[in-house]
Design a protein around this ligand. Sequence first.
Ligand code: ATP
Ligand code: MG
Length: 478
Amino acid sequence: MTEKKFKLEHPVFRIISLTAKESGTKVYVIGGYVRDLLLKKECKDLDFVVRGSGIDFARKVAKKLKCDKEIAVYKNFGTAMIHYKGVELEFVGARKESYNRNSRKPIVEEGTLEDDQKRRDFTINALAISLNEEDYGQLTDPFGGVEDLENKIIKTPLNPDETFSDDPLRMLRAIRFACRLGFRIQEETFEAIKKNKDRIEIVSKERIVDEISKIMLTEKPSKGFLMLDKCGLLEKIIPELSKLKGVEIREGKGHKDNFLHTLQVLDNVAISSQNLWLRFAALFHDIAKPLTKKFIGGTWTFHNHEFIGAKMIPQIFKNLKMPLNEKMKYVKKLVGMHHRAIPISNDEITDSAVRRLMYDAGEDLDDLLILCEADITSKIEEKKQKFLNNYQIVRKKIKELEQKDFVRTWQPPVDGNLIMETFNLKPCRIVGEIKDTIKDSILDGKIENTYEAAYKLMIELGEKRNLKPVSTQNEKTS
Ligand code: ATP
Ligand code: MG
């Protein structure tokens, strides 16, 4: 144990200390805040452990901080949270925990600070600093957490096998912290994860996805996914990703390992964007490669993998109990389009091809280009540079077209309603055909992008189908 006293800067510490003194109890700041303080990293959320009731104590603190309304009490968990000036203060009564086999939810009884430290997941998360008058700022480190911080090691305070069996979510937390902090998981701890991987079944999908998302948002998510794979958890959580692994060789020809490629694309996207959903699109961009793989004429092909991959996205989200909302649609769209920019960047780049890409990608165009560029993982530097340069040309072209005649959220000037009104039609295939032909003609530069030109073409297309306009009242003359 180190005798060093810590200076605690945040003004709430003194107030909490005073509250403890007045109510004759003991309080400590514990967990993430202490870990990050020692690592000199910023930490917004503060966790406190109190002898006695955490909820009663939190109420007293809230009163002192004059934010009684900002307190949320979780009776079931025996915790209370105060939102104070953008910081979350969480209070829990010091406790002893024991588990039964079928649930992550422990049986709880009152305990000492040490009992409470024993129930923490990792030694580096079990550090506590006293806020009590007699030893204010004193660190308590019963499991060598400081040494593990110095050596960059994740390990459990008690027997790892029991720790993970009790609450299997901790396995994902171990990987998340290792990935985020750039630490390594101690061998015995990692072995215990391997051994307990099947226990992940008692963890809710929501909590799993929450941890996976946190891993996705680290600087180098590949590190986390390699660990997930190595311990066998990946196959349990997202089996579709495990299937990307490996290289098959026929007639002396292999293809790239799609798992390693995917992880590289994910890391590449992570350099350019913090957007979690764009990172998910990278993670799943080649998800249908195992399904579409064929060896034809001496080469490996993955024909249509992007379309089939897009179709797989809703089911993958559903399996993970992720909401089937606009985020899912966004991931699906990007997976489905991730090959669209390739022909444009390879061949001579025509205005109409770029317009079409802009129209189809809409407001997700920038993200799509980030994904496409991240997808260039060729080891041959010359090839890589050539592709990247081509994308620069595509980007330039997009800017030019945007300035010239295009807005990103463009819609054809004649819509389905007008077509139906003009020819007195109910919704039907013909309406869609006329609409698409007008859209294509504008995108291909065959007619001008104006209401008048589009209206004229609509009338012509109607006439070809023996349709007569019932009214021309919508025709604008200006
Ligand atoms: P973060 O920066 O991600 O918030 P944190 O260490 O503060 O990291 P939290 O999830 O906020 O993590 O939890 C706060 C503390 O509670 C942890 O430091 C750890 O001591 C303890 N803890 C959280 N979840 C568990 C768990 N599943 N098992 C054991 N201890 C846990
Ligand atoms: Mg925290």
